[in-house]
Design a protein around this ligand. Structure first.
Ligand code: HEM
Length: 518
């Protein structure tokens, strides 16, 4: 408004008669009252309940013990409810622990919760979150996920890796057979074999630096759970430096980067020597990703992007499967009746052939129930990878403001007596009675692979990498616990990182039973 317009406005105000003036004042008062009411109702929207917050640290002290966080969170949820607010240092977090609330996050408001928070560890390790698992929800993420699904993770592609699985797990059995009667660290061997399978499927061949890469990834997944100082005080950069965490992650990143650089260079050199893939039957994931580097029009991938995706496939793919095999073996050793029942089934199905391959694996109904039960009680990723709420919305009637970190406790859901009879007992038979527990993320009390848009894209590959080795271990060997240990003493302690592995390796004595194929 210029000076002339302002004075005209004042003159017109003075010109108002008494009636109009009263009307104007009344409108003004009404407007203020409405505004107040609106603000009032905003502050009245319920915040999720949660434990009392201490100054500066909020609720961090509740995680000071060595208990895995998903255990602590379940206990807190039983007191404060299935939608619970926590203050982790500076970060507002909401923990979801009921099927109803999980459904709202993973289905009703799926797109709004398809974002991930940026964590210090993944920011450094995953080249600025350019991998699938931590890329912000959007076009880049969508296209990468599509490429990996088509080239590596579709049912058809997973079937095409059958010879890799059969070969590698046969090697595992050969090694175990050579140790018959001796005490072996089964956990370690399973880990090596699953990562061999994932590497060959992804890279087209094994890498000499396998062991070094496994150890880098293992340490990285321990750090990436989002509870470290740098992730709960993101604005105070000094904390992550002084705590030594940043240095540790940078060192891991440097090592992983060196290995990935060698892998890519080696791949390019081999391709150049074999006349640009012509002698290859099919292109592997690196070949396909390199095409997007060399000439991608709609999606151009840098070499760092490539490394980030390869690292993703390796870390998401191998540890989850080997952890599941490890837990399944431990549970069966703890429950000899279940071990025998699973062995009887495998032996009955494969005795006609004399060895295990993937031809009849679909007939192993009971073993599939064992795996299902194992993923209920020991989901390898017990707190789904963290989500971030994009726009404020309500879950179970509670307000979740934008940018709140959201954690879904899949482990707590799988052990909740509201959804499961004898929830703490390992009972594979339960799936012979109920059909509700599939892996697709539509029964929200059972979500070992997550749900919604961010559901695990590697489900078929992961399950194939679990079923075959378990069948082979059961078919070819009998298993004895060390030093006359009683089955009930098999220890089930967990560590915590992104994946919940068994804390101690599984030491067991194999007794070789049936000859292995040549
Ligand atoms: C038993 C095996 C596996 C289990 C239990 C498992 C479980 C999970 C879970 C719980 C998530 C988080 C989902 C969410 O946030 O809702 C996830 C994400 C993911 N998984 Fe798996 N996974 C397995 C195997 C694999 C394999 C074999 C691969 C690939 C080689 C893979 C690749 C991924 C990727 C890339 C993501 C991130 C998806 C995204 O953010 O869009 N997983 N997985």
């Amino acid at each position: 408004m210029n000076t002339q317009q302002t004075s005209n406005f004042l003159i017109s105000l003075m010109d108002l008669d008494c009636y109009s003036f009263t009307l104007l004042v009344s409108l003004f008062v009404l407007l203020i009252t409405l505004l107040r009411a609106a603000t009032q109702s905003r502050t009245d929207v319920k915040c999720p309940p949660g434990p009392r917050k201490l100054p500066l640290i909020g609720n961090l002290h509740l995680f000071a013990s060595f208990r895995p966080p998903h255990h602590t969170l379940r206990d807190l949820a039983s007191k404060y409810g299935p939608v619970m607010h926590l203050k982790l240092g500076e970060v507002d977090a909401v923990v979801v622990s009921s099927a109803e609330a999980a459904k709202q996050v993973l289905k009703t408001h799926d797109a709004n919760f398809a974002y991930r928070p940026s964590l210090l560890v993944t920011e450094i390790l995953c080249y600025g979150n350019t991998n699938i698992a931590f890329a912000p929800y959007g076009d880049y993420w969508r296209q990468l996920r599509k490429i990996c699904t088509l080239e590596l993770l579709s049912v058809k592609r997973v079937q095409s890796f059958r010879h890799i699985r059969e070969g590698e797990f046969l090697n595992l059995c050969r090694w175990i057979a050579s140790q018959t009667g001796a005490l072996i660290n089964l956990t370690e061997r399973i880990n090596l074999s699953t990562s061999d399978v994932v590497t060959q499927a992804t890279l087209g061949k094994k890498t000499e630096e396998q062991a070094a890469f496994i150890s880098v990834i293992k340490e990285a997944t321990e750090l990436a759970a989002g509870f470290h100082i740098g992730d709960v005080y993101p604005s105070i950069k000094l904390f992550s430096r002084v705590s030594g965490m940043k240095g540790r992650v940078e060192r891991l990143h440097k090592e992983s980067d060196r290995i990935l650089e060698n892998i890519i260079n080696d791949h390019r050199a081999t391709n150049a020597a074999t006349n640009n893939n012509e002698s290859k039957n099919h292109q592997d994931l690196i070949d396909v990703l390199l095409k997007f580097h060399d000439s991608g029009d709609e999606l151009h991938l840098t070499i760092d992007n490539l490394k980030s995706v390869l690292q993703d496939m390796f870390s998401a793919g191998s540890e989850t499967s080997s952890t599941t095999i490890d837990w399944a073996m431990a549970e069966m050793l703890k429950h000899p009746r279940i071990l025998k029942k699973a062995q009887d089934e495998v032996r009955q199905v494969f005795n006609k052939k004399g060895c295990v391959d993937e031809d009849y694996i679909h007939e192993l109904k009971y073993l599939k129930c064992v795996i299902k039960e194992c993923l209920r009680m020991h989901p390898p990723i017990p707190l789904l990878l963290p989500r971030e709420c994009h726009e404020g919305c309500a879950i179970d009637g509670y307000e979740i403001p934008a940018r709140t970190r959201v954690m879904v406790n899949a482990w707590a859901l799988g052990r909740d007596p509201r959804y499961w009879k004898e929830a703490e007992s390992f009972k594979p038979e339960r799936y012979l009675e109920i059909n509700s527990a599939d892996y697709k993320g539509s029964n929200f009390e059972y979500i070992p692979f997550g749900g919604g848009r961010r559901i695990c894209p590697g489900m078929s590959f992961g399950l194939a990498n679990v079923e075959l080795p378990l069948a082979m271990l059961l078919y070819h060997f009998n298993w004895i616990l060390p030093q006359g240990m009683k089955p009930e003493r098999v220890d089930m302690m967990e560590t915590f990182g992104v994946t919940a592995r068994r804390k101690n390796p599984l030491y067991v004595i194999p007794v070789f039973r049936t000859p292995l194929p040549e």
